[in-house]
Design a protein around this ligand. Structure first.
Ligand code: DX5
Ligand code: ZN
Length: 216
C-alpha cells in the first residue's frame, strides 16, 4: 500500500520534525493546491512545494483543486511535482482532459484525474486507459478533517472492477476522511494509495502511519 499524507494537516510550526517523520515512514506526500475559486479555500503555492522538495525525496503527489489546471500543471511541474492530478469537473470534456494528460506526460510526470463525490464514475471511464492515477474523492474537496462518505465504497469498486475487466494499470487513490476505520475496506476494494490528512497528523505521525499499515 502507498500512504500519502496530506500536507494540508501538517503543523507548519513543526515542519522539520514532521517532514522527517514522513521521510522515514511513508511513500508519497499529498500536496493539496486550492485556488479559492474551484473550491472555497486557499492552500499552497509553488514556493512551498519547492521547500518540501528540498527536504524530501518522496514522491510528491500534487492534487490541483483549481480552475486553471493547464497553467498550474506547468507551475507545479517546475516546482518539483512527481504527479499532477486535476479535476474532471473543470472541463467536463474528455478531449480537453486528454490534452492536459498529454501535456503532463510531456513534462515527464505522472498524470491523474479526480472526481468529486457527485460526479459519476461513468463520465471518466474513457480517461482510465490514459492516466497513471485515479483519485477518488470521498469528501467534497476544499477542507481537511471531514467525515468519510460511505458512497465512495461502491464507486471505488466500480473503478476497480473496470480496471480488472480492461486489464488497465492505473493506480487508485482515495482522498478524504481516510483512517484506520476504513483503510482495510478501501484496500480490499482495490485502493492502492490512501491519502490521509487529519488521521496521520493528529497525534504521533509514526504511530498513526503504523496503524494504517496494519489495515493491509
Ligand atoms: C480535501 C483534500 C484532502 C484533505 C484530506 O479537499 O483533497 O487531501 O486534505 O484530509 P482528511 O484526511 O483530513 O480528510
Ligand atoms: Zn487531496
Amino acid at each position: 500500500m502507498i500512504i500519502s499524507p496530506s500536507l494540508y494537516s501538517m503543523h507548519f510550526d513543526h515542519f522539520a520534525e514532521e517532514i522527517k517523520a514522513l521521510n522515514e515512514t511513508v511513500e508519497w506526500i499529498h500536496f493539496d493546491v486550492m485556488d479559492g475559486n474551484f473550491v472555497p479555500n486557499l492552500t499552497f503555492g509553488p514556493g512551498i512545494l519547492q521547500t518540501v522538495r528540498r527536504n524530501s525525496e518522496l514522491f510528491l503527489d500534487v492534487h490541483l483543486m483549481v480552475n486553471d489546471p493547464d497553467y498550474y500543471s506547468e507551475v507545479f511541474a517546475k516546482a518539483g511535482a512527481d504527479s499532477i492530478i486535476f479535476h474532471y469537473e473543470v472541463y467536463e470534456d474528455i478531449d480537453k482532459c486528454i490534452r492536459l494528460i498529454d501535456k503532463i506526460h510531456s513534462m515527464y510526470l505522472k498524470a491523474g484525474i479526480s472526481i468529486k463525490p457527485g460526479t459519476s464514475v461513468e463520465a471518466i471511464k474513457p480517461l482510465l486507459d490514459k492516466v497513471d492515477i485515479f483519485l477518488l474523492m470521498s469528501v467534497e474537496p476544499g477542507f481537511g478533517g471531514q467525515s468519510f462518505q460511505e458512497t465512495a465504497l461502491d464507486r471505488l469498486k466500480e473503478v476497480s472492477d473496470y480496471r480488472s475487466e480492461h486489464d488497465l494499470k492505473f493506480l487508485i487513490e482515495v482522498d478524504g476522511g481516510v483512517s484506520d476505520k476504513n483503510a482495510h475496506e478501501l484496500l480490499a476494494r482495490g485502493a492502492d494509495s490512501l491519502v490521509a490528512g487529519s488521521f496521520v497528523f493528529n497525534g504521533d505521525i509514526r504511530e498513526n502511519v503504523a496503524k494504517l499499515r496494519k489495515c493491509e
